[in-house]
Design a protein around this ligand. Structure first.
Ligand code: FAD
Length: 510
C-alpha cells in the first residue's frame, strides 16, 4: 500500500524575533513540543525590533500561564512592575484626571448591575465616586499592591492587574523558553521569498545562502509586513480619519521616583505622553499627530516632561493606525505590527498578538487551508481590532478641550458608526452594547465614559424596585471595606522588592 501523505501542517516558519515572533514561537512550541512538527524562527541582527511596547493588560498573564512561564521568573527577568490600570490626565479638560482600573467595580446586587444602582443613587442624593468601588483604583491611588488571587474572598478579590515590562528583556526571556520547547532559531535576513504556482509562500531565501521551506508562515516582521504585504500584497485599511496620531517619540530615563502601579497618560497639545515605570528604568513617549506637531516640537515636549537622567537618544517612530485587509492570507498569518496597529493608548497590541494566536488555534487548518476556517477567523479577529479601535476613539472624541487645533479636531471629527451607536445607546439608557467576548468589559467603558464626563439620561428602571436606603448602605459599606482592606496591603515597590526583585537591577548594582 502506498502511504498517503499527511495533511497535517508539518513545518511552521516564523519571520521576526520581536515580541510577537517570540510569543508565537512560545505558543506553537509549547503545543508541538512532543510532536514531529518543526518550528523555525528567523530574526535579523541587522533589522532592529521596535523595542517599545512595555505596558500590557491582564490577559497577558494568561498568555504566560498558557505557555508554562512562571510569572515570578518573568517579572524578575524583565524588570517588570505591576499595573492596576491607567491614570488619564488632562484628557477631558486641563487639570482634570481620571482612572481606568482593571477588574471589577462594585458588586451586582440581587442580579442588578452595579453601575445602574450607582447611577440611581447618584441621582437620589447618595452620590459616591465610582472609583471608590474599584479595588484596583483604590490600590493604585494608595500605591499599594498585592496580587488579588492571594486574597480570595476579600474586598479586593475582584481587582485585576497586568505588567509593565522591558520589551527587549521580554523577547530574550521568551526566546529562551521557545528554544527549550524545541524551536529552531536562525539569525539571518530574508532577502527573497519564493511562491508556489498557486500563490502560497513556498520558501524564504536568506542572506547566508540558506533556503527555508515551510508549510505555513507567520509574519512577525514588523510594520513592513515582509510576507503579508511585500509578498502577498494583502492591503491595509487605514483608520487615520478616526485616530489622527501617526508618530511617537520615545526615550528611557533612570528611575528617580517611586514606581507607581499604573501607567500615566497625559494629554498634550497634539496627542498624549506616557510614563511606564519599570524596576530599573522608566519608559517615556509622546504619541502625536504629525498634521499638528513636527518631530522637533514633539521631542521638546517629551524632554520637558521627563524626570531623571536619560538613558538613550530620543527616537521617532512613524506608524499608520489600521489593520490588514486580511490577517490570515493564503498560508500566512500576520502577527503584531505586521498585522496592524491601533495606537498604544490602552496597551492593546501585545494582547492582540495573543488573541490572534488563540483564534488561529481555534481555527487551526491542515494543508488544505479550508477557506471556511479562514473566513470565520477573519470575522472574529476583525471584530477584536474594531472594538479596540472604538474604545480608543472614545477617549478622544469625548474631550471638552478645544485649546489646541488638535483637540478641536478630535471633538469634531467623524467617529465609526459602531461607536456612534454605542454612545447613543449609552446616553439614552445608561447601558452598553457589548458582546459576551468583548475585550473591554462594561467596567472599562463606564470608567472612561464617567472620567470623560459622559453621563446617561437615565438608568435601568428595574433598579427602582429596590430600596434606596438599603442600596446606599450596601454601597457605602462596600467602599469602606475596600478602603480598609487597602490600608493593610504592602506598598507596591516594597512588594516588588520583596517578592520579585529584578535580576537586571540586581546585576546593574553589583
Ligand atoms: C510607539 C509605540 C508604543 C507601543 N506601546 C505598546 C504598549 O504599551 N503595549 C503594547 O501591548 N504594545 C505596544 N506597542 C506595540 C508593540 O511594540 C508591538 O506590538 C510589539 O513590540 C510587537 O512588535 P513585532 O514583534 O510585531 O515587531 P518588531 O518588534 O518590529 O520586530 C520585527 C522583527 O522582524 C525581524 N525582521 C524584519 N524584517 C526581516 C527580514 N527581512 N529578515 C529577517 N528578519 C526580519 C526583525 O529583525 C525583528 O526581529 C507599541 C508600539 C509603538 C510603535
Amino acid at each position: 500500500m502506498i502511504p498517503t501523505e499527511s495533511q497535517d501542517l508539518g513545518h511552521f516558519v516564523i519571520l521576526g524575533g520581536g515580541t510577537s515572533g517570540w510569543m508565537a514561537a512560545c505558543m506553537l512550541g509549547s503545543i508541538f513540543q512532543d510532536s514531529p512538527v518543526n518550528i523555525t524562527l528567523i530574526e535579523s541582527a541587522d533589522i532592529p525590533t521596535i523595542g517599545v511596547g512595555e505596558a500590557t493588560i491582564p490577559p497577558f498573564l494568561q498568555f504566560l500561564q498558557s505557555v508554562g512561564i512562571s510569572q515570578r521568573e518573568f517579572v524578575q527577568a524583565t524588570s517588570s512592575t505591576f499595573k492596576l490600570g491607567i491614570r488619564f490626565e488632562d484628557w477631558l479638560e486641563k487639570e482634570q484626571h481620571y482612572f481606568h482600573p482593571f477588574g471589577g467595580i462594585g458588586r451586582d446586587l440581587d442580579g442588578h448591575d452595579f453601575y445602574q444602582i450607582w447611577q440611581k443613587l447618584c441621582r437620589e442624593g447618595h452620590g459616591s465616586e465610582l472609583m471608590a468601588h474599584s479595588p484596583a483604583a483604590v490600590m493604585a491611588g494608595a500605591s499599594k499592591f498585592i496580587p488579588p488571587e492571594q486574597m480570595p474572598n476579600s474586598p479586593i478579590a475582584s481587582a485585576a492587574y497586568a505588567l509593565h515590562l522591558d520589551a527587549k528583556l521580554a523577547a530574550e526571556f521568551m526566546r529562551t523558553s521557545a528554544i527549550k520547547f524545541g524551536v529552531q532559531r536562525i539569525e539571518a535576513t530574508v532577502t527573497g521569498v519564493e511562491q508556489h504556482e498557486c500563490g502560497n509562500i513556498a520558501r524564504l531565501l536568506l542572506d547566508n545562502n540558506q533556503i527555508v521551506a515551510g508549510d505555513f508562515f507567520i509574519d512577525c516582521s514588523g510594520f513592513r509586513g515582509v510576507l503579508i504585504e511585500e509578498t502577498l500584497a494583502t492591503g491595509y485599511d487605514s483608520w487615520a480619519k478616526w485616530l489622527p496620531c501617526d508618530r511617537a517619540v520615545t526615550v528611557q530615563t533612570r528611575s528617580g521616583e517611586k514606581a507607581q502601579p499604573y501607567t500615566v497618560s497625559t494629554a498634550q497639545d497634539a496627542g498624549w505622553t506616557w510614563k511606564i515605570p519599570l524596576q530599573h528604568r522608566v519608559g517615556n513617549g509622546y504619541v502625536y499627530a504629525s498634521a499638528f506637531c513636527d518631530d522637533d516640537r514633539a521631542t521638546r515636549t517629551l524632554m520637558a516632561r521627563v524626570n531623571g537622567d536619560t538613558l538613550n537618544t530620543p527616537r521617532v517612530i512613524p506608524f499608520q493606525t489600521g489593520v490588514r485587509k486580511q490577517i490570515w492570507n493564503r498560508n500566512c498569518l500576520a502577527l503584531g505590527l505586521a498585522a496592524g496597529f491601533v495606537e498604544p493608548l490602552e496597551s492593546t497590541a501585545i494582547h492582540l498578538v495573543f488573541k490572534t494566536l488563540a483564534l488561529f488555534l481555534q481555527h487551526f487548518p491542515d494543508k488544505q487551508l479550508d477557506p471556511i476556517l479562514q473566513r470565520r477567523f477573519e470575522t472574529r479577529i476583525r471584530r477584536e481590532y474594531e472594538e479596540v479601535r472604538d474604545f480608543i476613539v472614545l477617549h478622544y472624541c469625548t474631550t471638552r478641550r478645544d485649546d489646541t487645533a488638535f483637540w478641536a479636531h478630535c471633538r469634531n471629527m467623524a467617529i465609526p458608526d459602531s461607536l456612534q451607536e454605542q454612545l447613543e445607546y449609552f446616553r439614552r439608557t445608561g447601558q452598553l452594547l457589548l458582546e459576551s467576548e468583548s475585550l473591554f468589559r462594561a467596567e472599562s467603558w463606564y470608567s472612561v465614559l464617567t472620567g470623560m464626563g459622559v453621563n446617561p439620561a437615565t438608568y435601568s428602571p428595574l433598579t427602582n424596585a429596590l430600596d434606596t436606603d438599603k442600596l446606599a448602605a450596601s454601597l457605602s459599606s462596600g467602599a469602606k471595606a475596600i478602603a480598609q482592606c487597602v490600608t493593610t496591603l504592602p506598598d507596591h515597590e516594597a512588594f516588588v522588592q520583596q517578592a520579585c526583585p529584578s535580576v537586571a537591577r540586581r546585576s546593574a548594582s553589583q
